[in-house]
Design a protein around this ligand. Structure first.
Ligand code: SF4
Length: 360
């Protein structure tokens, strides 16, 4: 395709997508603002959580932390609590790290520059592009999985995606499509295209605004694209989760591991091979190691949680202790206190069982 033709085609694509977006789109709260702080928060929340879920957290979070300064000053535990339910807590920690840098280096205002945004914790190419385009009107593209899918299909890109070279190529293509007068609307329009029109499994090609020039559609290969490398199945970890009760309290410990770091969980035992079923003696021995003598009480149930790379298959057991001895990184909490602590979604079922016992 010659340069002129390509220019025309690019303009057509951009114009068609914007016209479609202008006709009507989901009225998400963060689409009603150009406040960089609010756009930033919404983009971070949207990174791994569905828009419908984010809606209910977004306003509450901003009411609590209305400014970069407020976010920078928030006690970490309270912040993690406010993030509870959104999952992927490392996002909340990065958010606060970035807020502190913005206060220190930029007087509390997000920098109007994609490269400077990109240098902040938790902000990758996509988020930097989205904030730059939407909040600051800069001619940047925001390429996430949705946009990648639309472009790979539109251009019938059959090569495997995921490599840095491919990522660069798609980012350049996306940038070439950005209209100088409306980069923010275009970024939103592209995300909307990916979410509502060019969906992963059943793209609505027949009503798509760019169908006439979409090569993936013309070649009948749209649903096969993008060509993604096969994902490895997540590893399965079997865990016995121990609810240790004493004097109307239950024991929680603060995780120090990178995954879910800073959150509270119940003590647990990784089960393997011979101990694939948590046997009572082994579970009590584990608590003994932590300095808490216990007697086995009952098996309360099971739960399962799927993270990105690992699945926790949990069996939940109740143990009884007589005293509440000091445990390193641990706390004995009442039902009310348990409710107020930040716990990961993964142990939601265990928490519910603990609450039932404490309140019942
Ligand atoms: Fe996606 Fe189909 Fe539209 Fe092409 S025509 S961009 S494959 S929805």
């Amino acid at each position: 395709m010659g340069g002129m033709e390509e220019d025309m085609e690019t303009k057509n694509f951009t114009r068609s997508v914007l016209a479609w977006y202008d006709e009507g789109h989901r009225n998400l709260p963060w689409r009603l603002t150009r406040d960089p702080y609010r756009i930033w928060i919404s983009e971070i929340m949207l990174q791994q959580t569905r828009a419908e879920t984010v809606v209910s957290y977004y306003e509450r979070f901003l009411a609590r932390y209305p400014t970069v300064q407020a976010l920078a000053d928030a006690p970490q535990e309270e912040l993690l609590k406010a993030w509870e339910g959104l999952g992927y807590y490392s996002r909340a920690r990065s958010l606060q790290k970035a807020a502190k840098i913005i206060v220190r280096d930029y007087g509390g205002e997000l920098p109007a520059d994609a490269a400077q945004l990109r240098a902040l914790p938790g902000i990758g190419d996509y988020t930097a592009g989205a904030i730059a385009a939407i909040a600051f009107g800069l001619p940047e593209a925001a390429v996430d999985g949705n946009v990648e899918r639309v472009l790979c299909r539109y251009d019938a890109v059959t090569e495997e995606v995921g490599s840095p070279a491919m990522r660069r190529r798609i980012a350049e293509r996306a940038k070439s499509l950005v209209p100088l007068d409306r980069p923010g609307a275009f970024a939103n329009a592209m995300m909307e295209m990916g979410a509502r029109m060019c969906t992963p499994k059943s793209p609505a090609c027949l009503i798509c605004p760019v169908r006439e020039s979409c090569k993936g559609f013309a070649q009948g290969i749209a649903t096969e694209l993008p060509n993604k490398p096969k994902k490895k199945a997540p590893r399965v970890e079997r865990r016995a989760v121990l609810l240790v009760f004493a004097r109307g309290r239950v024991l929680v410990v603060r995780r120090t591991e990178r995954m879910l770091g800073g959150l509270y969980v119940f003590p647990d035992v990784l089960l393997s091979g011979e101990t694939a079923q948590g046997d009572a003696a082994a579970l009590c021995a584990r608590m003994e190691e932590m300095g808490v003598p216990t007697a086995y009480d009952a098996r309360l149930g099971e739960a399962r949680h799927v993270f990105t790379h690992v699945v926790w298959e949990m069996e939940i057991h109740a143990l009884a202790a007589e005293e509440c001895p000091d445990v390193e990184g641990g706390q004995w909490v009442t039902g009310e206190e348990l409710e107020a602590l930040p716990l990961p979604t993964a142990v939601k079922a265990a928490r519910r069982m603990a609450m039932e016992r404490l309140n019942g």
